[in-house]
Design a protein around this ligand. Structure first.
Ligand SMILES: [Zn+2]
Length: 666
């Protein structure tokens, strides 16, 4: 693969992992700010994630491209470029799906060179370039036939930004173009993106057209474009789109649905469409890292508190309501009708990662981890070619993953998120190395002039024992730095960083089974935990080994009393994994299951089940009606599986939250 020296430098200097954080050309940074170790510097050999990343590469990316072809999404570019005849096919934001799959394919190429895939991208990018109008405009439906536009597009360019997704689409294009440039060193797609962004910059601004996209995304893309080009006008334009929200400068504001009800610096609660919100907060966090006086942190902190205290599902999902695909009111967290769009889970993870870097605090990684092992992962089948759009927490047995959707945002978001996951595992700041996620594999972390190689060995999330080997590459004889190892909230009696969910049991009777321990070269170290990280400072030498032991008893979780949907109910969690009861394992039915506090439960790893999972079994009860209307409880065996793995064995009832007691006589 061709890669110029300049690209190498950029790749090193600019994380294209989930956070896509800018590391160079920055203005003043907040002193505590962390830098993510890009996924390109992390090698994953993990028993849990490696097969999923392989499936993403081998199945989902080609599958998504095939679907984009079959549905006319790719032909739309060829038609706009006059490479073929025909009408626009599909929905006004379909261009964005193609961009997202290119982004995922580029990440994949970066890790696994594949000349065939690279050629496919070259051909596709040539169609996209052909579809671009002379002045840089790119929106296939308008270019194909401006007189026969699909609905909600506006009569002229950018005349209906509330719904047209013109700026949303190109935001995804910028992200994809940057990823492609970094993966291949080719400027073909990047030049298309720059030409488009330059047009947007000529049209929009404080002294120009004052409007904002109804669906945020361009802000994230522009920040990435700034990162790779160093051209500050993109950063200024991104900030303009953020600051213009909620301000009626010559236009009607769009309201809460689009987070356009008040200026972003005055927002204090998460409202409206959950994916839009997650992208908005991610874009704000990106710029907050570069422009500390933007006032965004003062808004992001209370908004985050609002989500984790009142609007977060135990699966890490956000967006309670199907209507408006939106956040509900505080504590409005229904189970069967939970919307929890897969894209919203991804947006929540992206946002929390950026918050963790801003604040150097592990509580954000706690939320991110909850998302990736639960509410995100449920969105994709084990086989890699079926998808959930909403991810409910209960089902009567009619809900299944689909091969595709007319609005295909989720399947195409998954393919770009999955390969970027290793970029969430590590971060650093000056001479502190942060271990955020527990994933087998190695990373090279460059702190100042010194490179340190860290290698993890673990069976996480099934086992809480993590071995971290340290090799100071530049100074094998010894290098002093602080290793900050995340001690997850779930291992410290705090499943989420709020009182929204609490453990309802006392845990194992034997306290030694609950104690988190850390040793260095076999010797216990006193836990010095600051902002969720155990800090170990020493002169590290090649061959030093840190061993972290996170006991993983099965825990019962209850909700805040104001979550009415979960009154009297508990959920099971083991380590970071949330469990559910599925009909196929519980043939007496799930709706009437009861799990009394005294029920004994066992965890057992089953390699032959659902790709290898720890299953929970135990003694529960079932409510049965008898003649005369009396309800009785009968003893039964119950089985729970990880929530992410449900809906793989036919149509099934499912519940995450089950009652602790049954009504009627025992
Ligand atoms: Zn989606």
């Amino acid at each position: 693969m061709k890669r110029t020296k300049a690209v190498e430098t950029r790749v090193f200097a600019f994380s294209i992992a989930g956070a896509f954080v800018l590391l160079t050309g920055c203005q003043v940074q907040t002193p505590e700010r962390l830098t993510a170790v890009p996924f390109t510097a992390v090698t994953v050999t993990d028993e849990f994630w490696t097969p999923r990343m392989r499936t993403n590469r081998e199945v989902t990316i080609p599958y998504d491209f095939k679907k984009c072809e079959e549905t006319g999404r790719i032909d739309n570019f060829a038609k706009a470029g006059r490479l073929m005849e025909g009408k626009f096919q599909g929905i006004r934001f379909d261009d964005s799906d193609v961009f997202k799959v290119i982004e995922g394919a580029a990440y994949s190429l970066h890790l696994h060179p594949d000349p065939e895939l690279e050629q496919y991208l070259d051909d596709l990018i040539a169609k996209i370039a052909a579809a671009q109008e002379e002045d840089g405009y790119l929106y296939t439906c308008r270019t194909i036939d401006p007189d026969n536009m699909p609905r909600d597009t506006g009569e002229t360019r950018w005349s209906f930004l509330q719904s047209s997704h013109e700026l949303y689409n190109v935001g995804h294009m910028y992200e994809a173009a940057v990823a492609h440039y970094q993966a291949t060193g080719k400027r073909t797609f990047l030049d298309v993106a720059i030409k488009n962004a330059d047009l947007i910059d000529r049209v929009f601004g404080r002294d120009k057209k004052r409007d904002v996209p109804g669906h945020e995304e361009i802000e994230i893309g522009l920040v990435k474009l700034y990162g790779v080009t160093g051209d500050e006008k993109y950063l200024t334009l991104a900030k303009f789109f953020l600051d213009e929200r909620g301000r009626a400068n010559g236009r009607k504001i769009y309201g809460e649905y689009c987070q356009d009800h008040k200026p972003v610096i005055k927002q204090r609660a998460a409202v409206g469409h959950a994916v839009r919100a997650g992208y908005l907060y991610s874009g704000m966090a990106d710029i907050a890292a570069l422009v500390p006086d933007a006032g965004y942190v003062e808004a992001l902190d209370p908004i985050w508190q609002d989500v984790v205290s009142k609007k977060l599902y135990i699966t890490g999902g956000i967006g309670a309501r199907g209507g408006g695909e939106s956040f509900g009111d505080g504590y409005e967290l229904p189970n069967e009708t939970a919307y929890c769009e897969t894209c919203a889970a991804i947006a929540n993870a992206m946002w929390n990662h950026r918050m963790s870097l801003l604040h150097a605090d592990a509580q954000y990684i706690d939320v991110l981890e909850r998302v990736i092992y639960n509410g995100f992962l449920s969105g994709i089948s084990l086989g890699g070619n079926k998808f959930f759009y909403p991810n409910p927490l209960a089902s009567e047995g009619t809900y299944q993953r689909s091969p595709w959707f007319g609005c295909a945002c989720c399947p195409t978001n998954i393919v770009r998120f999955m390969p970027s996951l290793p970029g969430y595992a590590y971060a650093y700041q000056r001479d502190c190395l942060y271990v955020n996620l527990f994933v087998s594999g190695s990373a090279t972390v460059t702190m100042g002039a010194d490179a340190v190689r860290v290698t993890q060995q673990t069976r996480y999330p099934w086992d809480g024992s993590v071995k971290i080997l340290v090799e100071p590459e530049s100074r094998p004889a010894g290098q002093e730095f602080t290793m900050c190892v995340r001690i997850p909230g779930w291992a410290q009696e705090s499943p989420v960083p709020s009182d929204l969910y609490l453990y309802s049991d006392l845990g194992p009777e034997d306290w030694t089974q609950r104690r988190v321990t850390v040793t260095v070269n076999g010797r216990p170290v006193a836990l010095d935990v600051v902002k969720g990280y155990a800090r170990i400072r020493r002169t590290w030498e090649a061959g030093d080994v840190v061993e972290l032991n996170l006991p993983m008893p099965i825990r019962r979780v209850r909700s805040h009393r104001k979550v009415r949907a979960n009154t009297g109910r508990i959920a099971l969690q083991r380590g970071p994994v949330v469990y559910c009861f599925e009909g196929v394992d519980n043939p007496q039915g799930v709706a009437n299951l009861v799990l009394p506090p005294e029920a004994t439960l066992q965890a057992e790893y089953r390699s032959d089940l659902l790709g290898g999972v720890v299953r929970i079994t135990g003694q529960g009860k079932i409510r049965q009606s008898q003649d005369g209307g009396k309800t009785v409880l009968k003893d039964i065996e119950v089985t729970a599986i990880p929530y992410y793995a449900w809906a793989h064995r036919g149509k099934n009832e499912m519940a995450v939250w089950v009652p602790e007691s049954g009504s009627g006589d025992l």
